[in-house]
Design a binder for this molecule. Structure first.
Ligand code: ARG
Length: 292
């Protein structure tokens, strides 16, 4: 059963600026009801795909708590809790810690792990599991520290490919990088340093790369949730819809504009709690033989 974590957006607003999309002066209280409706649509889209959605209650003074992808990296029941770069979001750490303690008491996660001192890492927003390639892609630079790459590798015992983010506009990996079912990669090349662009090209053949345009990236469409080739994302330009449909993906688009005012959309408003390593048949067989 797919299971996601979201936050009730009742305390969401844009009251500070820690990325260039955020414009506190543009925020109006009238946007809140629109945000609540948008968040409910996203939740319903997940439920329509058969997912269970766990909800965190709103916390006054923590508007960005709605971006649950930043809470932790979760794989096979192990959760590596995030540490935030900016003081504006550091208050979320204690909330997410208690949420994960509760999930653990319900048996929905098995183990909670902390980052080493001094390492910043902003959860699944900057560390994306690629089920087809069986590795993590980890963004660093604006938010997560470069040293988070080693911490993720040690925690999960899997390969981690570090990608340096080149701009403050695409400050989390999930704003510009989205591995899809079947091995296709939707990404926005200009968000990465030339060296990291070369790393991506070396690992993902051209036939599997879909490059997002400036317009598609600015619409936060790369920040998408892929559920077995059904993709949930913010409202997409027709160009992107065509590219994805031509490859057999189907799209559910949701107007997430209130959250784009804070620099986030579908992927970062949700955290997948039941993500597992893709088990290769050979590996399963080997462990069964070993147990006999
Ligand atoms: N305002 C939030 C911030 O700047 C948005 C976070 C969006 N999260 C994400 N994983 N892209 O931290």
């Amino acid at each position: 059963m797919r299971r996601f974590l979201m936050t009730d957006p009742s305390c969401f607003d844009v009251s500070y600026r820690i990325n260039p999309w955020m414009r506190p002066t543009a925020w109006r209280p009238e946007v809140l009801p629109v945000a609540k409706a948008a968040s409910a649509s996203l939740k319903n889209a997940l439920k329509a795909e058969g997912a269970i959605v766990e909800m965190i209650g709103p916390v006054r003074g923590l508007p960005d708590l709605v971006f649950t992808a930043n809470a932790a990296i979760v794989l096979d029941g192990r959760a590596l809790l995030a540490r935030f770069r900016f003081p504006e979001r550091q208050g979320e750490e204690a909330v997410f810690r208690s949420v994960f303690a509760r999930l653990k008491s319900r048996g929905l996660v098995q183990e909670i792990v902390d980052l080493p001192e001094g390492v910043f890492q902003e959860g699944a927003g900057d560390s994306i599991w690629d089920a087809e390639r069986r590795l993590f892609w980890a963004g660093y630079g604006p938010r997560s520290s470069r040293s988070s790459i080693g911490a993720i590798a040690r925690t999960f015992g899997e390969d981690v490919v570090g990608l340096e983010l080149a701009s403050d506009r695409f400050y989390h990996l999930d704003t510009c990088f989205c591995p899809l079912t079947g091995g296709t990669l939707l990404y926005y090349p200009a968000a990465f340093t030339p060296k990291s662009q070369a790393t991506i090209r070396a690992r993902v053949p051209q036939t599997q790369r879909i490059e997002a345009t400036d317009e598609e990236a600015a619409a936060f469409c790369v920040n998408a949730v892929d559920l077995d080739a059904r993709i949930i994302m913010s409202r997409a330009p027709a160009s992107l819809r065509e590219k994805l449909c031509a490859r057999g993906y189907s799209l559910t688009e949701i107007d997430l504009s209130p959250f784009i005012l804070s620099g986030g959309a579908a992927y970062c408003m949700t955290l997948r709690l039941d993500r597992t390593r893709e088990r290769r048949p050979g590996v399963v067989k080997a462990s069964i033989l070993a147990a006999e």
